[in-house]
Design a protein around this ligand. Structure first.
Ligand code: MRU
Length: 367
């Protein structure tokens, strides 16, 4: 697969996902403002990929801050962070990555600004590398839920394109395939932006994983006919109680799965869990341009001019409808993920003190 995002010769290169699957082209960012545009305009999208882009955007912006004074440098970087942080409100990885970059700077404040600037590039590449490693670990923990011969329904795109690489939901599916299991995927097209039709179908076909594309309103029918064995989706933000925000339409899939007794899994890294919020009620939901609903790709009009439109980009699936949340630390019942907060806060300390993971408390499997 072509890399979703990379730091290349002083620029941040994004695979332009608005052009897929018809064209494989790149959006090269030489300023942090361009990185912010890339995130806002969905050139790069998917919670973990947005996090990587944010980290690289901060590093890119920091290179152009011209001062040797730490206080001045940090204040300029805070402005860069605020600009990147204003792009999309729901995916918590955006804010997680910005916070990580800020903490990195503060923990190196005694070093010369020039040294910190260079180290920020390495740190953003580390965010990318760790994301890919987390996805592979998620794959190892999650593939146990996929049996030989299973058909898996997924919604939106939670694949290599939505992450640093390999994918969360599609990472679990990739891992099952790599273990030699004979599997099939049903991909919801995912109206209105069609991440399922344009991206998931493309990505799975590139990897020779059998995929059947369906429109969103077909999912219930295929479940009723006994053709879906399990559902796996990604997440944009998971609250402390396991309530999960993901692409609009995920909640409907979860309700349908519950009605038909089909397991419903969420695959996401720990960086997608927002331990600061008690439930999904506190998750901000992005409202996007009505043109995404009234037009196809901003070109062909499919609804009467002037019609009232609602276009929330995400919905929240209550924890009670989720069978397990698959993370890089193992699979957990939704009600158990608050235990991961210990790991998360410890990891934050590690960023500061560079301690190893051996000291972390052991975690049991949630299922
Ligand atoms: O609006 P998008 O395309 O950024 O929404 C993406 C999703 O909802 C994904 O399912 C989610 O971010 C998980 S990606 C591993």
């Amino acid at each position: 697969m072509v890399p979703t995002i990379e730091w290349k010769d002083g620029i941040v290169r994004m695979l332009d996902q608005t052009k897929l699957p018809l064209e494989v082209t790149f959006f090269d960012c030489s300023t942090y403002q361009e990185v912010a545009t890339g995130i806002k305009e969905l050139i790069i999208r998917g919670a973990p990929a947005i996090g990587v882009a944010a980290a690289m955007g901060v590093a890119l912006g920091a290179q152009k801050v011209e001062t040797d004074d730490f206080a001045e440098f940090y204040s300029q970087v805070e402005k860069i962070c605020a600009h990147i942080g204003s792009t999309r409100p729901t995916a918590v990885n955006l804010f997680w990555a910005i916070e990580r970059m800020k903490q990195f700077i503060l923990s190196n404040k005694e070093k010369p600004v020039a040294v910190i600037k260079k180290a920020l590039i390495d740190e953003s590449n580390k965010v990318l590398k760790e994301d890919i490693e987390a996805n592979k670990a998620m794959g190892r923990h999650g593939s146990q839920f996929i049996k030989n011969g299973n058909t898996i329904l997924t919604h939106c795109n939670a694949g290599a394109l939505a992450t640093g690489g390999y994918g969360t939901a599609l990472g679990v599916i990739r891992a099952a395939k790599e273990e030699g299991k004979d599997i099939n995927v049903f991909a919801d097209e995912t109206r209105p932006v069609l991440q399922g039709a344009r991206l998931t179908a493309w990505e799975l076909m590139e990897d020779d994983i059998p995929v059947t594309l369906i429109t969103d309103n077909m999912a219930g029918w295929f479940m009723k006919k006994g053709m879906i064995d399990l559902c796996i989706v990604g997440a944009d933000r998971i609250a402390r109680n396991g309530d999960t925000a993901n692409k609009i339409g995920t909640y409907s899939v979860a309700v349908l799965a519950h009605r038909h007794g089909i397991p419903f899994y969420v695959a996401a890294p720990v960086s997608t869990i927002d331990f600061n919020i008690p439930s999904g009620d506190s998750i901000p939901i992005e409202e996007r341009n009505p043109m995404e609903v009234t037009h196809v790709f901003g070109k062909t009009q499919i609804a009467p001019k002037g019609v009232k439109v609602a276009n929330p980009a995400f919905d929240v699936t209550p924890a009670e409808l989720i069978t397990a949340i698959i993370t890089e630390k193992g699979a957990f019942k939704p009600g158990e993920i608050s235990r991961l907060a210990v790991v998360s806060s410890k990891q934050k300390q590690e960023v500061r003190s560079q301690k190893s993971e051996e000291n972390l408390p052991p975690l049991e499997k949630g299922d």
